[in-house]
Design a protein around this ligand. Structure first.
Ligand code: PEP
Ligand code: MG
Length: 555
């Protein structure tokens, strides 16, 4: 830890609200610098001993984590951990690493790295997608050993007393964000990330204060610094003077008061001042968010991002595991509508993609690659079949709807519907749940009339629609200035989508972040959106704002 330094400030491209005053811990997000060093004969036995110690420490990690998994209902995480532990103890791996250190005179880090790479390359050549995906297991165990060798702190997060812990890193994946949250981290700050990066959306959803796209933050902030994370204004401040810190304490109390006042709107109907009903629904990723969704009186779940099921598993959950999960969500929501979006893997989530599909990302631009429905329909993929069966089985528990991500062709919807009907026949289910198209690619807007013919509802995903319309990466802080709903190209696209839906007599929702932008609420209502779906913490401010508006339908 460094001694208190000069007060420094910085801005971020994206934020998740709240004000946190705490202590920083820097993490490296699992990437360990791997030095390659030639060593002399006199250091060889010490280097071998270092490797053996790291191996022992890595095995202890597994034993430690194992204890936390014993009480889980599902035994799967435990089995995965045990399998990785066995790989770690594999005598052949140790023998090769030691051989490398002794015969080639190289340091333990590089020897481990080389051996892990060699094994990982063998996995690449395997035809079976499941076995090929096991490559990530060997990479994980390599990281375990390397983290001990490099003394990289092993990412152990150290909260000190009651002081809130703020974690700083280059970037955090959506799953990394969930892990921070589960570890009780109060806020995080990342150098990378734009306003609609999935990671910041997740942060807003679970209510963890965050800044992303905070350029150079890691150079300016020292480990152990006192820090203010202002997720309301998108700024950070390290080593605040006592006066500045006090000002922020007052501001933080103000934020808490506003939140307390908003509680008056929990459980109320979502209506304009003159009584027009606009459903406010929740965007959810985790079952842990369900109780809060109910407390707020959300009128259903407009977007359940099912790919986040993968955040608690190292393997693709099978049909039964998925069914149990969906059925639980349906039961908890007590008859309110729940829209499950089919797994949207790919794009910004390349690691998930490789780990769970066994398909190597070779696309130079994964956002335009095999993502969403494209991956689901990819020849030989059983993902879709398993998920459709699980959803169909859960559909008798309430009002379940299925939403298809990343649609750009009518044929994609036709094929998903065909498979849905087929799966229903296999299961003997007669009532097919409503199947909706996500409108998030400009082509889908242009062919909205045709899509409306074969869809039971539309849901507009503005996070991607803006990205693809403006050719500005939603997660890239360098093009944040271009990524804007205010661009005149967007509004006509929204209107076209609403008109196509209503012409075909189907409802239309918006589930992108724009749905929660108070500057747009009135316009979206008047345009004819039937519901707006948003992260939980936006529901009450939107309901309050809606109650101050009057409805003036455009047509
Ligand atoms: C969207 O694209 O607007 C959307 C809601 O989906 P996601 O953010 O998960 O891509
Ligand atoms: Mg999307």
């Amino acid at each position: 830890m460094t001694s208190p330094g000069k007060m420094l400030k910085g801005k971020a491209a994206a934020c998740s609200p709240g004000i946190v005053i705490g202590r920083v811990q820097k993490v490296n997000g699992g990437e360990f610098p791997i030095p390659e060093i030639r060593i002399g004969a006199e250091r060889i036995s010490a280097e071998i001993a270092r490797f053996e110690q790291a191996l022992t420490d890595a095995v202890s990690d597994f034993d430690h984590e194992r204890r936390h998994l014993m009480d889980l209902e599902s035994q799967e995480p435990l089995h995965i951990l045990d399998a990785q532990r066995l790989m770690l103890l594999d005598a052949e791996l140790s023998r090769k690493v030691i051989h490398c250190i002794r015969d080639e005179g190289i340091n333990a880090e590089w020897a481990v790295h080389r051996q892990i790479q060699d094994i990982a390359n063998v996995f690449d050549g395997i035809n079976d997608a499941y076995l090929r995906a096991r490559k990530s297991d060997i990479q994980h165990i390599g990281q375990r050993i390397l983290s001990h060798l490099s003394g990289a702190g092993h990412e152990a997060l150290q909260a000190s007393g009651d002081e809130p812990l703020v974690v700083a890193g280059t970037d955090f994946t959506p799953i990394g964000v969930l892990r921070l949250w589960r570890q009780g981290v109060a806020a995080f700050i990342a150098e990378k990330g734009g306003p609609s990066a999935h990671s910041i959306i997740i942060a807003r959803g679970i209510g963890i204060t965050a800044l992303m796209g905070a350029e150079d933050a890691l150079q300016l902030i020292n480990d152990g610094d006192r820090i203010v994370i202002d997720g309301e204004q998108g700024v950070w401040l390290s080593n605040p003077t006592p006066d500045v810190e006090n000002e922020y304490r007052v501001l933080a109390r103000g934020v808490e008061n506003v939140e307390r006042d908003l509680q008056a709107f929990a459980g109320q109907a979502s209506r304009s001042r003159d009584g027009h009903a606009l459903r406010l629904m929740a965007n959810l990723e985790l079952e842990e968010e369900l109780p809060q969704a109910l407390e707020l009186g959300t009128e259903g779940v407009g977007l359940y991002r099912t790919e986040f099921l993968l955040s608690t598993s190292d393997q693709m959950p099978d049909e039964e595991a998925q069914y149990q999960h969906y059925a639980k969500v349906m039961r908890t929501m007590r008859g309110l509508p729940v829209t499950f979006r089919l797994m949207d893997i790919g794009g910004e989530k390349p690691l998930l993609f490789e780990q769970f599909t066994g398909h190597r990302v070779i696309a130079a631009n994964p956002a335009l690659g095999l993502r969403g429905v494209r991956l689901l329909l990819h020849a030989g993929s059983t993902l879709l079949h398993d998920q459709l069966r699980a959803l169909l089985r859960a559909s008798n528990k309430g009002d379940l709807q299925i939403l298809v991500p990343m649609v750009s062709q009518v044929e994609e919807m036709q094929e998903v519907r065909r498979l849905l009907v087929e799966a229903a026949a296999e299961l003997g289910i007669e009532k097919i749940p409503p199947l909706g198209t996500m409108i998030e690619v400009p082509a889908a807007v242009i062919i909205a009339d045709a899509l409306a013919e074969i869809s039971d509802f539309f849901s507009v995903g503005t996070n991607d629609l803006i990205q693809y319309t403006l050719a500005a990466d939603r997660a890239d802080e360098e093009v944040t200035y271009l990524y804007s709903a205010a661009h005149p190209a967007l509004e006509p696209m929204l209107r076209m989508s609403v008109q196509a839906a209503h012409k075909a007599g189907i409802p239309i929702a918006m589930c992108g972040e724009l749905a929660a932008d108070l500057k747009w609420t009135e316009r979206l209502m008047n345009m004819g959106f039937d519901s707006l779906s948003m992260s939980l913490h936006h529901i009450l401010p939107t309901r309050k704002h809606l109650a101050s508006l009057n409805y003036h339908p455009e047509s």
